[in-house]
Write a protein that binds this ligand. Structure first.
Ligand code: PEP
Ligand code: MN
Length: 370
């Protein structure tokens, strides 16, 4: 059960102290507190864990300081969507809103290579009104002899270029907790020119120690990829690890599943599950068409497979698109074959817009028939 306290409840007030004393006296119930500091107000939630089945929602809602009480199912207590749960389905980071009703495109390099390519990418993004990008500095590779990413050495110039071209959020995969410190240090050194969204890749979805570290920091939001060979439930529990450690600014990314049934795509595209995720949780949902499809193959209608699946995800309500672009794919150090060309960016964005408009129209239609 979650007790949602009245906004800006003073922790030193008599009522609050009384409430905590009351909860402490309850048998077999432990409490865990979470504070969400927003621009306008501070929201406090108290999680009651243990034998809560016998508690009356009404009684709990009538306790001092309590605004609402929500009974949560066993699963995804924090990130899940529960009955009569009106908690927000969005968060703001560095001036950008991420929610179940917004759409953000993160086009960029799978792996940072040269300053020229990074600059060309950022320049094109700015020209086309984009304020978010993806830039991989730490690359988990299947083959130990493959390029592993430039690591911390590229961070200062990547962040500086991002700031120069008005990029507000850079999605960047980390594979070890020390990378959080390296990113923090590079941002400090360069005067915080941009923001970073920490990405947890599909190979690390169940790296619980990494999840705990990332969950314990509150500065950066997190993009968690679905594990490519585990159930959706297991991946959602991984997201809950982040939230249970305190960071609930989590976006969940579908990126295709590893199965030969997915051939000829690199992975089996799972974007039909976008609405399922929005029904089960309050997380914004991202799709990664590049790592799902893995090629630049084109259908006879002239549309690239990458664009087809992007549209499929968006028309189903996706909130974020993580997509590989490169100014010169043949020279890309990672995943060149699936990268779109910079000159395809306006086309890609226009196609995204069409799919988004269709989705919004579909929502409108649905409300007419409710
Ligand atoms: C990536 O986005 O660069 C990546 C490696 O993705 P995934 O973890 O989904 O393979
Ligand atoms: Mn990649």
């Amino acid at each position: 059960m979650i007790l949602i306290l009245a906004p800006d409840t003073d922790r030193n007030s008599e009522e609050f102290v009384g409430l905590m004393a009351h909860l402490k006296n309850m048998n077999n119930i432990q409490t865990r507190m979470h504070e969400e500091i927003g621009n306008q107000q501070v929201l406090t939630e108290i999680y009651l864990v243990g034998d809560t089945a016998t508690l009356s929602l009404n009684d709990m809602a009538n306790l001092p300081c309590v605004d609402r009480a929500v009974r949560v199912s066993q699963e995804y207590r924090i990130l899940g969507r529960h009955k009569d749960d009106q908690r927000p389905t969005h968060f703001d980071y560095n001036g950008v809103r991420f929610g179940q009703d917004t759409l953000n495109v993160f086009a960029g390099l799978c792996a940072v290579d040269t300053p020229e390519h990074v600059e060309q990418t950022m320049q094109a993004l700015q020209q086309h009104g984009q304020t978010c990008t993806r830039m991989g500095a730490y690359k988990p590779r299947t083959n130990p002899y493959s390029f592993q990413g430039h690591g911390k050495s590229c961070l200062p110039w990547v962040f500086e270029l991002a700031g120069q071209y008005g990029i507000k959020v850079v999605a960047m995969e980390i594979t070890h907790e020390s990378h959080i410190d390296e990113i923090t240090e590079a941002l400090k050194q360069t005067g915080d020119p941009t923001g970073v969204m920490l990405q947890i890749g599909t190979r690390n979805t169940q790296n619980f120690e990494l999840l705990k570290h990332v969950g314990r920091q509150h500065r950066f939001p997190v993009l968690l990829k679905r594990g490519f060979g585990i159930t959706l439930e297991e991946s959602l529990n991984a997201a809950e690890y982040l939230a249970s450690e305190g960071n609930r600014h989590v976006i969940f990314a579908l990126r295709g599943m590893k199965t030969n049934m997915g051939d000829p795509h690199r992975n089996f595209v799972d974007f039909a599950q976008v609405p399922v995720l929005k029904r089960l949780t309050r997380m914004p949902v991202c799709i990664d068409p590049s790592h799902s499809v893995g090629t630049r193959e084109q259908a006879p209608d002239g549309i690239l497979d990458v664009s087809h699946v992007t549209a499929q995800g968006i028309i189903a309500g996706a909130n974020m698109v993580l997509v590989d672009f490169h100014p010169d794919p043949p020279s890309a150090l990672v995943d060149g074959p699936q990268a779109l060309l910079m000159k395809e960016l306006p086309y890609f964005l226009e196609d995204v817009k069409i799919a988004r408009e269709a989705y919004l129209k579909r929502c409108e239609l649905a409300t007419q028939y409710e």
